[in-house]
Design a protein around this ligand. Sequence first.
Ligand SMILES: Cc1cc2nc3c(=O)[nH]c(=O)nc-3n(C[C@H](O)[C@H](O)[C@H](O)COP(=O)(O)O)c2cc1C
Length: 385
Amino acid sequence: MDLDLSHPALSDLKASCRRRVPGFVWEYVDSATGTESVKTRNRAALDAVTFLPAILRGQITPDLTTRLLGRDCALPVGIAPVGMSGLIWPGAEQALARLAAAEGIPYTLSTVATRLPEEVGPLAGDQGWFQLYPPTDPEIRRDILRRAREAGFHTLVMTADLPGPSRRERQRRARLTIPPRLTPGMVLQMMLRPRWSLATLQNGVPRLRLMESYLETGGAADSTGHAGYLLRAAPDWDYLAAVRADWEGPLVVKGVMEPADAARMKETGIDAVWVSNHTGRQFDGAPAALTVLPAVRAAVGPDYPLIFDGGVESGLDILRALAFGADFVMLGRGFHYAMGAFGATGAAHLVHILREDLVSNMVQMGITRPGNAASRLSAPPPATA
Ligand SMILES: Cc1cc2nc3c(=O)[nH]c(=O)nc-3n(C[C@H](O)[C@H](O)[C@H](O)COP(=O)(O)O)c2cc1C
């Protein structure tokens, strides 16, 4: 199959993913909380950003390479952390880590991945980032960080936007409970998706292996049930300072939406801020992540690294986020729709789509560096507060 013809856009990969994974898995990857209005707001905010097309500029040869946190990346794009990645498509963590190493883009492994840092870190080469959900026990935290570092992850992302659980109504309707229980309806859904089911059988039941290693008793149900307990630290600024003290390499805080928080992080030695509204998985009342970017940029100044995610679906969306103040853009769902559609081939195809779409739009805009997108905005971002 020529994916360039059959699946030229992420929306095509998303549709194929839905046809290939069991219904409950689709509900897990695609859902947000509440009425999912954040998804709509994120999309509308991105669509509202327009650029002036450039004419009579001669040959434009875009250069996509981007430097972030002391390292070179082939594109201003990386892979956001997604818990239980291996449930969405078996082997997803390993496949995405390998892809990141091959493509020269960062891969962020979640604390609640189905594979251990030791299994995934070496595959990511020099592109491994590790995402931390804050453990309650500082000993466990330090041990997780030690293991991540020893496995080759050089950049730590602490996710700060889970002050408590969210309701995730679609996941409830799909009977995705913690601890997980296989219902007859789920078994039927799995029978309808034999490729996923066979691959899952071969890979073993997806479980939270890292958290499992800190439990007295093992087992998939136990690990998922108790992961929440182990990771229930309600972090505050002191907790963040402790993480800063525990980690020598670059430290990023994910889930920042307020300029004052970003400015304080910069002052307190955090190396980068990741602006994100978790695309609505936590809080349906948040504004579009894109709309807060200009004010966050104003608060931290021009040179401080800002990472962004929130419903990005194309190279054009990446340019929109960069134009509003981001330095680098991550995709979470996108890479997992791609994995669900065609496994590792799908994820590689998504990188190809993003690269081609970046180049194509940059030529239309007459820019050679993605970071110059702001110069072609057809209207300045709304005034910053
Ligand atoms: C199924 C799923 C699981 C996620 N798990 C995590 C996680 O373990 N840690 C984390 O920091 N963010 C997690 N996220 C949030 C993503 O990293 C990202 O912030 C969010 O999906 C927004 O990006 P997107 O619109 O490109 O998906 C998850 C998102 C999804 C869809």
